[in-house]
Design a protein around this ligand. Structure first.
Ligand code: ADP
Ligand code: MG
Length: 337
């Protein structure tokens, strides 16, 4: 059945049924003109991000379930990057009239999965029809005791990452070649997925690409809880290490030096990049959509994260294993391609 045959009222009713939950701080949730929340005793964080078909995603290789999970992850990642905890979400979606009802249902299954994963609640939103592309937007409310901005990095601080980078961009590169969805979130279908993949690429194994696909299609935002007491500045990697580190530098009015051989690259990324005849560092430095946290902390603190460099007065460089320096600029990373 198409959405045009179901109608807005029935769709809204379904959302209300599926997502009306009781919670101490939500006095009125889905179903009225606005939701009513009890204010937190902490600082309120608010963030919003949209995802547009053709710009941010391609429905030829991401499923509605994965898309919903990713939309929520991307937004939660911004709350985490401020040092906060998510509380509740508003979701705006615009779908074509001829979209199948199954698309809608699968999308909201993905919403449920993400809400459970991040322990948040859906408290409202909007739906609309659209003529061409799918438009999605989420707004997340969260709270924090102490917010961590991009502004606090100090000379001498160490620079850290919470995990490997470049995987998402490398996964995307493969998906663009295959243009088929992979149901990586359904374990029982994995053997079938392997077969589909091997029809396209015989020389790399599914086990190598699966983590890259997962990182691109269903990224998990990183909770910064362990670092809250130490981090002086923080950002989530959405546009690539180079751009996002420069954002911290610009806001904090400092420089940075990072070491090429400390940049965490997964073995899967290295293997697939070799296969694609691409430099894995290109994916790491300029790929983006990693949703790992990049943060700084005083050098003397013991931090359980991956140390990649130091904050400097003004110099912004990447240093290779021979000690050669290259400028860490948007053009800079291209020297390494
Ligand atoms: P209004 O006419 O006041 O804009 P709607 O008819 O659009 O209200 O929505 C009815 C209720 O359903 C509202 O509480 C709204 O927040 C909720 N809602 C609408 N779309 C969504 C959605 N995509 N996700 C969650 N809640 C939604
Ligand atoms: Mg409305």
């Amino acid at each position: 059945m198409k959405l045009s045959e179901v109608g807005e009222i029935a769709l809204l009713e379904q959302i209300k049924k599926q997502f009306s939950e009781k919670s101490k701080n939500i006095l009125i949730g889905i179903g009225d003109d606005a939701s009513v929340l009890k204010p937190f005793k902490k600082n309120l964080l608010v963030t919003t991000d949209m995802m547009i078909e053709g710009i941010h995603f391609d429905l030829r290789f991401i499923t509605p379930f994965q898309l919903a999970f990713k939309l929520i992850s991307v937004n939660i990642s911004d709350i985490y990057a401020m040092g906060g905890q998510p509380d509740s979400i508003l979701l705006n979606i615009a779908l074509k009239k001829e979209t199948k009802k199954e698309f809608f249902d699968d999308f909201f299954k993905g919403v449920r999965k993400a809400l459970n994963f991040y322990k948040t609640k859906l408290i409202g939103g909007d739906i609309s029809s659209t003529y061409e592309n799918v438009y999605l937007s989420a707004t997340v409310l969260g709270y924090c005791s102490k917010h961590i901005t991009r502004k606090g990095a100090r000379v001498g601080d160490k620079i850290y990452l919470t995990g490997n980078i470049g995987d998402s961009a490398c996964g995307l590169e493969l998906l663009k070649k295959i243009k088929k969805p992979f149901l990586i979130h359904i374990r029982s279908k994995i053997n079938k997925q392997k077969k589909i993949f091997n029809r396209f690429f015989k020389k790399i194994s599914w086990n190598i690409v699966e983590p890259l696909f997962i990182k691109h299609l269903m990224p998990e935002a990183r909770c910064p809880e362990k670092f809250l007491n130490y981090a002086t500045s923080m950002i989530d990697i959405s546009d690539g290490l180079a751009i996002d580190l420069l954002r911290i530098c610009n806001e904090s009015k400092v420089g940075a030096k990072i070491y090429l051989d400390k940049i965490p690259l997964s073995k899967e990324l290295r293997q697939v990049a070799l296969f694609l005849k691409k430099n894995p560092l290109k994916f790491a430095l300029s790929g983006g959509e990693d949703y790992e946290l990049l943060f700084t902390a005083p050098a003397e603190k013991k931090i359980e994260a991956i140390h990649i460099g130091e904050i400097t007065k003004s110099e912004k460089v990447i240093i290779d294993s021979y000690g050669r320096k290259k400028s860490l600029s948007l053009e800079g990373y291209q020297h390494f391609i």
